[in-house]
Design a protein around this ligand. Structure first.
Ligand code: SME
Length: 166
């Protein structure tokens, strides 16, 4: 006698919830900023398909300076207001860009990048950094991806001592 099992479909939201739990476990027991920023970047690169760059830019004065990342070498300093990262820094809003070539002022670090999400890292009301992800696919990031990736950044903030970076 045969039985037919129906395969439960895991939604994208559920996948992000599972991954966020894995991320919290990965970062637990270590609160160092550089260590957790490096682990976080590698985790995102491993966990999310179709990315070609994932990493941090930290606030230094009125500029963003390159921090831990995974991907090709990137530009080191981005003034507030410049590019997608600089816009996230001055608006304190996540920037989700369907097609970077249609974004006026986009800074092309890797010619392969086609879409991008930049999430501000705000601690105690203060901008500490932005977390940037690039994809070689146009329109790679949906609203669900944005919410999931924002929940990752929230886990990073909760798991990390960022005070010395102010
Ligand atoms: N594209 C970004 C610059 C950083 S790289 O993508 C790593 C921007 O326009 O701000």
């Amino acid at each position: 006698m045969f039985t037919i099992e129906t395969q439960a479909t895991v939604s994208l939201e559920e996948s992000y919830r599972d991954l966020n739990a894995q991320l919290a476990a990965l970062l637990s027991g270590e609160r160092d900023l550089i260590c957790n920023a490096a682990q976080f970047s590698a985790f995102v690169m491993q966990a999310i398909v179709d990315l070609n760059w994932a990493g941090f830019y930290f606030v230094r004065g009125d500029e963003l300076v390159l921090g831990p990342y995974v991907g090709k070498v990137a530009c080191t300093r981005i003034p507030f207001g410049r590019g997608v990262c600089g816009k996230a820094a001055i608006t304190l809003q996540t920037q989700r860009i369907e097609d970077v070539h249609a974004f006026d002022g986009h800074i092309a670090c890797d010619a392969a990048s086609a879409s991008e999400v930049v999430i501000p890292v705000v601690v105690a009301g203060k901008l500490v950094a932005v977390f940037d992800m690039d994809s070689p696919k146009v329109g790679r990031f949906s609203e669900i991806d944005q919410a999931g990736l924002e929940s990752f950044v929230e886990t990073f903030i909760q798991s990390t001592d960022v005070s010395w970076s102010f």
